[in-house]
Design a binder for this molecule. Structure first.
Ligand code: EPZ
Length: 418
């Protein structure tokens, strides 16, 4: 596995274009199998999880190709019940195929998507929603077999807790169900909104888009369409925070500013100046980062859990003590150990809380990524640290960042991959 080498201490300056959103592109690509038509999806990020999803679509009979301006998915001959069971092997982001396949093919078999280092990642909310629509499931040797019987029927579903994936999966199943589905407690993340907008562009009827109450009128014929995936708010947030941590000034081209309120608000609390510009978001770090006494991750529009580790790294350079509370996943503080090794004054208070005290100057180290966003946090620490930092395991980072080294080099960082 390659490693990323960073010579830190450089203030990030300049501009970088933000890639398309991983977590928006994946459910939209999964939804193409419902259209039985030709789709052109613009601004799909060139990342490992998208490549995997495209392979799965091919295994379902879609003809898929990268065009000049996006991914072309010809789903006219998609045969959802041809999905090899092993195809969805341990890739969480393929989970959103479950709803589309159940609705379209009436049956699905997929390997139980296990947990990962950030948490157990259960899928009980997904299965409960599908059962409300009339599906039945059995599990054998780690494979889930789902069956829609005579076809899914619209239902009233109340999500007991907010879940991005379960909301997306329910929408993907409900558009094929007979009748109307009312989904309350729906996740409001921008990626859910993007999926609903894509489906409506294909001919679906979904009301309440952007709210936690979605009304999906099922049974409508969907046709292929052209659609643009928004820029990735987590990638934009990563580079915004890296700019804060290195004391720089950057322009994040195409950044989805309206989806970044919580992150921009956090940056301003730390003393940054953020300006929405024609081309995107301009960020100027303060001379000294102000203290932020508490940061809590929340469901949208709160501070996103995917940026918690990066924010924690940046806080090592801020005045005073900050309490970080992780309320979404159960194990998202692995960054503390390498950060301590780099000189960070950080400590775990309990499974959901950590404390950072600053300002301290980090020193470079050799370390290894264990998951996508933790890997981005290690790179951010390397940008801030004196000396060289080596981050191994960058395949994890490739799952969500098209080319983190290219992007950061555009901002003046001394970073390369070997
Ligand atoms: C999506 O994961 C994102 N992934 C995650 O991004 C993101 O961190 C997460 O939403 C929260 O915003 C994709 O979109 C591909 P959830 P998802 O269901 O849908 C619990 C990244 O780095 N839960 O909203 O899996 C779950 O354990 C990734 O890009 C259940 O209990 O997240 C968690 O505690 C990481 N039962 C909470 O809900 C279920 O059936 C929120 O999870 C489903 C979820």
């Amino acid at each position: 596995m390659d490693s990323i080498h960073i010579h830190g201490g450089v203030c990030l300056q300049g501009k970088v274009r933000i890639q398309g959103s991983k977590n928006a592109a994946l459910p939209v690509l999964a939804a193409t199998i419902l259209t039985k038509g030709i789709n052109l999806i613009h601004n799909c990020p060139k990342i490992a999880d998208v490549y995997l999803m495209l392979e799965l679509l091919r295994s379902l009979g879609c003809v898929v190709s990268w065009e000049e301006d996006g991914v072309r998915v010809d789903a006219r001959n998609a045969a959802p019940n041809k999905m090899p069971v092993s195809a969805i092997k341990g890739m969480r982001s393929s989970l959103c195929l479950l709803g589309a396949l159940l609705g379209e093919a009436g049956e699905v078999a997929m390997e139980y998507p296990g947990g990962c280092v950030i948490g157990e990642r259960p899928i009980d909310l997904h299965l409960a929603a599908f059962r409300s629509l009339g599906a039945e499931f059995r599990e054998e040797n780690g494979i889930i077999y789902g069956n829609a019987g005579k076809g899914l029927m619209g239902a009233h579903i109340d999500m007991p807790r907010s879940s991005v994936g379960a909301t997306e999966n329910t929408v993907l199943a409900a558009v094929s169900a007979e009748g109307v589905t009312v989904l309350t407690g729906a996740a409001r993340e921008p990626e859910v909104e993007t999926l609903c907008k894509y489906l409506c562009r294909c001919g679906a009827q979904i009301e309440g888009i952007g709210t936690d109450r979605l009304v999906i009128v099922g049974g409508r014929r969907l046709s292929g369409t052209e659609f643009g995936v928004p820029a990735d708010r987590i990638v934009a947030g990563t580079y915004l925070l890296a700019c804060l941590g290195t004391g720089g000034a950057v322009l994040l081209e195409d950044a989805p500013v309206s989806h970044m309120e919580a992150v921009v608000g956090f940056a301003c609390r730390m003393g940054a100046e953020c300006q929405e510009a024609q081309e995107g978001l301009y960020v100027q770090a303060p001379g000294r980062l102000l203290s932020c006494d508490r940061l809590t991750t929340e469901i949208y529009p709160g501070f996103p859990t995917d940026l918690q580790s990066v924010a924690l790294v940046v806080m090592t350079a801020a005045e005073g003590k900050c309490l970080i509370e992780e309320t979404i996943f159960e194990n998202r503080f692995r960054i503390l150990e390498p950060l301590r090794r780099m000189g960070g004054k950080v400590r775990l208070i309990d499974a959901g809380k950590a404390e950072v005290e600053g300002p301290v100057f980090l020193n470079g180290t050799e370390t290894e990524a264990w998951e996508l966003r933790g890997g981005a946090a290690l790179v951010t620490a390397g940008l801030m640290a004196d000396g060289e930092t080596i981050v191994k395991g960058c395949d994890y980072i490739d799952r969500g960042y098209e080319n983190i080294c290219r992007d950061l080099r555009e901002l003046g960082a001394r970073i390369y991959r070997v």
